[in-house]
Ligand binder design. Sequence first.
Ligand code: NAD
Length: 360
Amino acid sequence: MNATITLLPGDGIGPEIVAEARRVLEAVAKRHEHTFTFHEGLIGGCAIDAHETALPEETLGLCLSADAVLLGAVGGPRWSDPKAAVRPEQGLLALRKAMGVFANLRPVQVLDALVDASPLRPERVRGVDILIVRELTGGLYFGQPQGPEVIDGRRAAVDTLRYKEDEIRRVVQLAFDLARTRRKKLTSVDKANVLASSRLWREITHEIAAGYPDVECEDILVDACAMFLINRPADFDVIVTENMFGDILSDEASMITGSLGMLPSASLGLPGMPGLYEPIHGSAPDIAGQGIANPLATLLSSAMLLRSSLGLKKEAAHLEAAVNRVLGRGARTADIARSGEPVIGTRQMGQCVIDALSEV
Ligand code: NAD
């Protein structure tokens, strides 16, 4: 296969981890006889420095014309002045919108080798394998009106939570399709006891559920879900929810694994459109440039890219198996090592995965 992949290293540790992803993807391509062509673009703080915009036109063009996009991270203290006219995160939001990626997929898996990294007890987290599907382009973060206002001479502010039927339908349907490929259980999370938008969400979810009799479907209120993720996380398979609930619950769920540097994500739009793949962590400015960042979340995001955008299932599984093998042998970057355990750096971890790829 010939595929074009646009790399957006971004800021902080972004360039270090994306460099390893590129090396690993090149190794996968060589091993399976594919040709991947890479383009690189600026986004976030580095784009603001070079072009005074967080998403240059050229970058957007490279993303829309690619088969898939792999992003490191954006942001850092240098660009975090709240009064600044342009902020790095605007680049990411604009990119998601322009690519039409309405569903954010975050797998949360506790690997046996890393059970001890969780802040929860091992017996509670062993075997956890959740896929959170978050609606990404609607709801409270995009609804209008939004902004400050003055009411009776006093400061006020408004946000609007609105969902249209189609916005709910496409993401819930995708979640059902994904549940079908897994353990066939779907949990839809809402706040239907209080919010009208949640009642519509629930109504549409039930309509779609009728077409998936093989998938067990349950509704849970968001507050209950926040509790159940801690006291019985292994019970969940696919969770689907709206934008803000998904934002919060997916960060909570990521902590079940205890290791931010391990968690990948994919943002998908309509079939045939490029997907956007990125680790869930930020640009980690506190460790940038030191060569110690964990590249595995970005490598696992690359595996999702192979599977979901390029349809290369075997290659994705090969890469995931290589990561598991490396962890099983005890290779650890500083963020996932227990105290006293030897640690390796970003480049060495990338090399371990490349070596493991060539073993089977
Ligand atoms: P962060 O995720 O960057 O870092 C939190 C902590 O986790 C830090 O101690 C960091 O060193 C560590 N960490 C994160 N990724 C790691 C990795 N791969 N290996 C080892 N350790 C890792 O979150 P933050 O400090 O709150 O944010 C830093 C910057 O990143 C901010 O400017 C924020 O806006 C931005 N950010 C960007 C994204 C994105 O690009 N999608 C997401 C979140 C935060």
